[in-house]
Design a protein. Structure first.
Length: 442
């Protein structure tokens, strides 16, 4: 096997280095900078937001499902929503499957909101930069080996936040993790979303979900269409006559394998065109619809899941467990996009929430690393609930705040006084252990 070596120029150094600028990472960087740490946010694309700006247009997880609607995420995440509202680019609506009130937005506007909020908070940005490895000193990460068009380089830091989605820093540092699809459950499927313009919303929305599913099944039986998922969602957006779909289903993919992911991207776009054809030909209101765009890349739900100091479980979710080291909370249902033509839903008790413990963000064996977002420590079913973007943002606020406090006190995140961390989070608007800021009747 060939060996390659190169001297690495130091490109940057910071007290807190955040890898990945998705909903978890952008929030983590904002929180770290506002807590007083010199913070660098490293992102492989040319904009912030990850899935929130590349794939989806809706935040789920801010509200509990059920009859008594309560908002269970506040702080920096809700500030982002308020900033979107200032552009008149938010539409709050019931979710398609009773998963709580949904917050739909314009992804293009959100790109600006993320970067302007980060910059005004003091975050330094480094875009178009991909992490390929880490340097270790014992059980501490000392730097990220990154690649750009200029070649390889090194980014040094005191505390690191892994918000890569795929647990890249967990993996590279040797911390334990579990790969999706190796635990007796199929890895969740991938989805290419797409937007349609020219939709007659009044006529389209007259077709209810049961009727849409019935027509999908009939279309497949006819042999004239190939629709792998016989359900999915279509929803209105802040833009007139424009809808966004979540319908395609690409299964049995290891999304950390570039060849498999390449094939999935091609298949996802192929399916999107087929669903567009089905809607135009079979569903009233879509006769004059036209394709505006696909998601920038295919949406990935599950890859590596860190095995941390605590592992959130299915039982924790369904029994709405509370934790002494809570830093966020969730009321979202288990939403398992498996390889079948439908999705498995299991709901938490009406209006209740479970806590996300700080230990679920802490890896084993790496002292100065915190993980946030969909790579947290959770089993398959718990992960299928807690991966909603509202919770990813809440985890990001907790991770960024903790990273800053750890860097400033020159201590490991695991050694932080949890009461002090929780007090700081509450002061900055975070909600957990059943706290809410809004309660209405749906």
């Amino acid at each position: 096997m060939p060996t390659y070596s190169q001297d690495l120029p130091v490109l940057a150094a910071a007290e807190v280095v955040v890898l990945g600028s998705g909903s978890a990472g952008s929030t983590a960087a904002i929180a770290a900078a506002r807590t007083g740490a010199d913070t660098l946010l490293v992102e492989r694309y040319g904009y912030l937001g990850g899935t929130s700006t590349s794939v989806l247009d809706t935040f789920y997880g801010f509200y509990t499902p059920g009859r008594d609607v309560a908002r269970v995420v506040d702080g920096i995440p809700w500030e982002i929503v308020e900033r979107l509202k200032s552009y008149d680019m938010v539409l709050e609506r019931p979710s398609s499957y009773g998963a709580g009130q949904a917050v739909t937005y314009d992804p293009t506007t959100l790109k600006v909101v993320w970067e302007q909020t980060a910059l005004s908070s003091g975050v330094r940005l480094l875009l178009h930069t991909f992490c390929v490895d880490v340097l270790m000193d014992g059980e501490r990460i000392t730097g990220l080996v990154v690649a750009s068009k200029q070649g390889l380089g090194l980014i040094k830091g005191r505390v690191f936040v892994d918000s890569s989605g795929d647990a890249d820093l967990v993996f590279r540092s040797g911390a334990p993790f579990e790969m999706a699809g190796t635990d007796g459950h199929e890895a969740q499927s991938l989805t290419t979303t797409f937007r349609l313009g020219g939709v007659n919303l009044e006529r389209a929305q007259a077709i209810k979900r049961d009727e849409l599913i019935s027509r999908m099944k009939a279309a497949n039986i006819s042999g004239d269409y190939r629709l792998p998922r016989e359900e999915g969602s279509i929803h209105a957006t802040p833009l007139p006559d424009v809808v966004v779909t979540n319908m395609t289903r690409v299964t049995n993919v290891d999304a950390t394998n570039p060849l498999e992911l390449t094939n999935a991207e091609v298949e996802g776009r192929k399916q999107a065109l087929e669903y567009t054809r089905f809607l135009r030909e079979q569903i009233p209101g879509y006769e004059g619809a036209y394709l505006l765009n696909f998601s920038t890349h295919i949406g990935i739900r599950e890859t590596r899941r860190m095995w941390g100091a605590y592992r959130l479980t299915r039982e924790d979710v369904l029994t709405t467990r509370k934790f002494d080291d809570a830093v966020a909370q969730c009321g979202a249902p288990i939403e398992d996009h498996n390889a079948s033509s439908s999705t498995r839903w299991e709901y938490v008790p009406d209006g209740d929430t479970y806590d996300i413990p700080f230990r679920a963000l802490l890896p084993q064996g790496v002292d100065n690393l915190i993980a946030a977002g969909r790579c947290l420590s959770a089993d398959h079913d718990a992960h299928a609930s807690v991966r909603s973007m509202g919770q990813c943002m809440a985890m990001g606020q907790a991770a960024g705040t903790a990273a800053a406090l750890a860097a400033q006190s020159d201590t490991a995140p695991a050694a932080l006084n949890i009461s002090d961390l929780q007090a700081r989070l509450r002061a900055d608007g975070a909600l957990f252990s059943g706290a809410t800021v809004l309660s209405t009747t749906a």
